[in-house]
Design a protein around this ligand. Structure first.
Ligand code: GDP
Length: 298
């Protein structure tokens, strides 16, 4: 991810090398290049505008540092702005002070939610927690079974409605699972919800009802990094319909240009918290804005 953006910015900064001091024209030309690089990476236009304006303003106002040449100074500013947009400091999970921590996953179908649920559960186990997965995606045929298979691979139990005995009501499943987790002393409950191919009111309402029933400590919006220009509308719809505290980017191993990550974090003001980058359950980790920014500017 971000390969094109990274190459484009490298070219831009190369043009500044050897300059003693940045003129207004240099700053304008650089800003234009950064704008093109971001647009090519599929970053949403309003986000690009805001980003470029911030970089320009700082480039003009920045104290001339003795230690850095003009090119390095611009790189530093772009780096800091990228880190800010992606959420600043690495945002860690907030665990409940007492009782099980509840994490609700929301997102479109195909975003990688079910896979992510198992990855997150395995990661939590490695952090010394005793997680349980809850199958509340009763919409998609096989979603429950897929979660059960993944849960088994991760060595994490899955609470799911028993076949033939299920109420078909995901809110009831979520509520009962939380009670069961309390009884059995599991300390993190990861709830997988239904996704649709597009944003729809019924899906939002169902996720909101589950949220109200289990009062999650964290709601995570799971989104395919390849989503491109649809990113902003989709994220905004989930923010309005369900609300979320952080973003999980999936399929970072694909050839996504990375714009979605920047657009979503910027438009929603929610940090990217986790990154999922492959089909294996271990292809998953905390997202570090500073490391990602450095990678872009490497
Ligand atoms: P859901 O509909 O949101 O629950 O999505 P799934 O978890 O079923 O994932 C949809 C498809 O994307 C599956 O084929 C997954 O194997 C695949 N997938 C999920 N996460 C990743 C990832 O990080 N990288 C890649 N390459 N594929 C992924």
């Amino acid at each position: 991810m971000f390969a094109t953006l990274s190459d484009r910015l490298a070219d831009t900064f190369r043009n500044l090398r050897g300059k003693g001091r940045l003129s207004e024209a240099d700053i304008d030309a650089t800003a234009r290049e950064i704008r093109i690089a971001l647009l090519e990476a599929d970053v949403a236009l309003p986000v690009v505008k805001e980003f470029v304006a911030a970089v320009k303003e700082r480039a003009r106002g920045e104290e001339v540092s003795q230690a850095l040449n003009p090119a390095q100074q611009i790189v530093k500013i772009v780096n800091e702005e990228l880190v800010t947009i992606l959420g600043g400091e690495t945002r860690r999970l907030r665990y409940a002070k007492s009782g099980p921590t509840v994490i609700l996953l929301a997102g479109l179908q195909g975003a990688g939610k079910t896979t992510l649920a198992a990855k997150l559960a395995l990661w939590l186990k490695e952090q010394g927690k005793s997680p349980v997965l809850v199958a509340c995606d009763l919409q998609r045929p096989n979603a429950v079974q897929q979660l059960q298979v993944n849960g088994e691979r991760a060595g994490v139990p899955v609470f799911a409605p028993s076949p033939g005995n299920g109420t078909g009501d995901p809110v009831a499943v979520a509520r009962e699972s939380l009670e069961e987790a309390k009884r059995k002393l599991y300390d993190v409950v990861v709830v997988d919800t239904a996704g649709r191919l597009g944003v729809d009111a019924e899906l939002m309402q169902q996720a909101a009802d589950i949220r109200d029933a289990v009062q999650p400590d964290e709601v995570l919006f799971v989104v395919d990094a390849m989503i491109g220009q649809d990113a902003v509308n989709t994220a905004q719809a989930f923010l309005d319909g369900v609300g979320f505290d952080g973003v999980v980017l999936t399929k970072l191993d694909g050839d996504a240009r990375g714009g979605a990550a920047l657009s979503i974090a910027s438009v929603t003001g929610r940090p990217v918290m986790f990154a999922s980058n492959g089909e294996k359950l271990t292809d998953f980790d905390l997202f570090h804005p500073d490391r990602m920014a450095s990678r872009i500017l490497d």
